[in-house]
Design a protein around this ligand. Structure first.
Ligand code: MN
Length: 299
């Protein structure tokens, strides 16, 4: 059966079925449709073509293919990320890996724009994964990325980043800030700390790094973002700013909005602030640790 036929059947079945089924069955049906989409999209273009509203730049094509799933959730840990501009994403990226005992999170902002920045970010992401999968710790990963970026692009190109490890059993968060805006720690719907640590130079130009550490409490959220979020300017030149970011996060957190939905609203707010005309890539990632119980993450 042709790919297009499979997609059409799924949609037809869904439309016919929704007239008479109850919510549980609807959820099951949605699950089946998701399975079809997930299984088929990796070897065909149909689903990408259907969901796109305009052609995608080469840089964005590269960037989106490097990203992990934008949302991840278990009863103990939720990760949600948003990136913009969708069709012209360049130097921003993020990555994470959740295993039995640890979640490793990274956010990157490569210097420049477009494909040039995209290539830089791609090397950083690949070096990050390569070192992480070889069992390297945070400092070792930073050194590996620094070396890869420097070897490929020389001293005049760099990538800012935050690399973090979260111990899922204890809530111990360790991180490195590499020329990047520091993450924010949110507790009970408000920002209790800026996770500054010692700011090291960006990756690609060398320099010492120092690991910072914080013990999270159950239900804490850690917010990672790139400068394109807080430095987004409105038509009259007003920055979106950290205060507005924090205000939006705390307001949505207070209403028990799930992390991915909070991210989606934030993304819209950043875009609306600039009247849809982004001056830089803007990325936000939230990591919510809900407490001990790493056994639930055994994969
Ligand atoms: Mn930026």
């Amino acid at each position: 059966m042709a790919l297009r036929d499979i997609g059409a059947h799924a949609v037809t079945d869904l439309l016919q079925a929704t007239h008479r089924i109850v919510p549980d069955e609807l959820a099951a049906l949605a699950g089946h449709v998701a399975e079809v989409v997930t299984a088929k999209r990796s070897y065909g273009d149909l689903f990408e073509q259907v969901r796109r509203r305009q052609p995608m730049s080469i840089a964005a094509e590269l960037a989106w293919n490097l990203l992990p799933p934008l949302t991840f959730g278990t009863p103990r840990l939720v990760i949600g990320g948003v990136l913009a501009p969708v069709y012209d994403l360049g130097g921003d990226s993020f990555d994470y890996a959740v295993d039995a005992h640890t979640a490793r999170i990274a956010i990157f902002d490569a210097m420049g724009h477009g494909l040039e920045a995209g290539l830089l970010a791609s090397v950083a992401i690949a070096a990050c994964r390569s070192s992480r999968r070889a069992g390297t710790d945070l400092v070792g990963s930073a050194a590996a990325i620094d070396h890869a970026v420097n070897a490929q692009f020389g001293l005049d190109r760099f990538v800012t980043a935050v690399l973090a490890d979260l111990d899922l059993a204890s809530g111990r968060l360790q991180w490195l800030v590499l020329g990047h805006p520091p993450p924010l720690l949110l507790r009970n719907g408000r920002v209790v700390k800026t996770l500054v640590g010692e700011i090291a130079p960006p990756l690609g130009i060398g320099g010492a790094v120092a690991v910072a550490e914080e013990m999270l409490e159950p239900a804490d959220q850690v917010l990672f973002f790139t400068d394109g979020v807080v430095e987004a300017r409105s038509a009259d030149g007003t920055f979106f700013g950290v205060e507005r970011l924090v205000e939006m996060i705390t307001r949505t957190s207070a209403s028990a909005t799930p992390a991915p939905e909070t991210m989606r609203r934030l993304q819209h707010a950043v875009l609306d602030h600039q009247e849809g005309d982004l001056q830089d890539d803007a990325t936000i990632v939230v990591v919510e640790w809900r407490g001990p119980g790493s056994e639930l993450l055994e994969l």
